[in-house]
Design a protein around this ligand. Structure first.
Ligand SMILES: Cc1cc2nc3c(=O)[nH]c(=O)nc-3n(C[C@H](O)[C@H](O)[C@H](O)COP(=O)(O)O)c2cc1C
Length: 175
């Protein structure tokens, strides 16, 4: 089968429910950005969802996520993406959980072969910016080129469309 080498995919994690700065939300902050990138680029979307969802309660979710991080856990997912050979650009989107990605992102990314791929990282956060995500992505996604990344404060996602658009266009210009 011939692959279309201009295809891109957005692999992301995002959690709705009770949130740090914006109360209860129907859609997670990272998902807002992921869907906007899809709108701009036509990329496919893959949402990383742990089999056992985090608590809807913010504090409990923080505790669960910290325990997973301390154990260096690889939580099972509802479904897995196993093949990205059709794609040339991979957007990796994640909230910052305890300084990096939620551990379910590690579960998914470690399953994929990134050789020759271009990666663009975006995060949402409440102060940590990109945290350690770019370092972790570079370590896991061997053989990929990681281009410039972007971080958006979670409570600002709905005001960040212009910023995201410019970030997307930078890549198109440099192509
Ligand atoms: C378990 C947990 C840990 C978090 N850890 C951090 C952190 O270390 N640094 C930070 O800036 N924000 C942290 N946050 C805030 C989130 O990164 C921020 O609210 C993000 O926008 C959530 O994205 P989402 O709505 O797509 O899930 C944390 C939030 C949760 C729930």
């Amino acid at each position: 089968m011939l692959s279309n080498n201009n295809k891109s995919i957005i692999i992301y994690f995002s959690r709705a429910d009770e949130n740090y700065a914006v109360g209860n939300i129907d859609k997670g902050n990272t998902e807002v950005i992921a869907e906007y990138i899809q709108e701009l680029t036509g990329a496919d979307l893959f949402k990383v969802e742990p089999k056992k969802p985090y608590s809807k309660n913010y504090k409990e979710c923080c505790d669960e996520a910290l325990e997973e991080k301390n154990k260096n856990a690889r939580p099972e997912l509802k479904k897995y993406l196993s093949d990205i050979s059709d794609y040339s650009t991979i957007y990796i989107g994640s909230p910052i959980y305890w300084g990096t990605m939620p551990m379910s992102m590690f579960t998914e990314l470690e399953k994929l072969d990134f050789t020759g791929k271009t990666i663009r990282v975006f995060t949402t956060h409440e102060g940590s910016g990109l945290g350690n995500v770019v370092n972790d992505v570079k370590r896991i996604c061997k053989g990929a080129t990681v281009l410039d990344s972007i971080s958006i404060q979670g409570s600002m996602v709905n005001k960040s469309k212009e910023k995201i658009k410019n970030w997307i266009n930078e890549l198109n210009i440099s192509k």
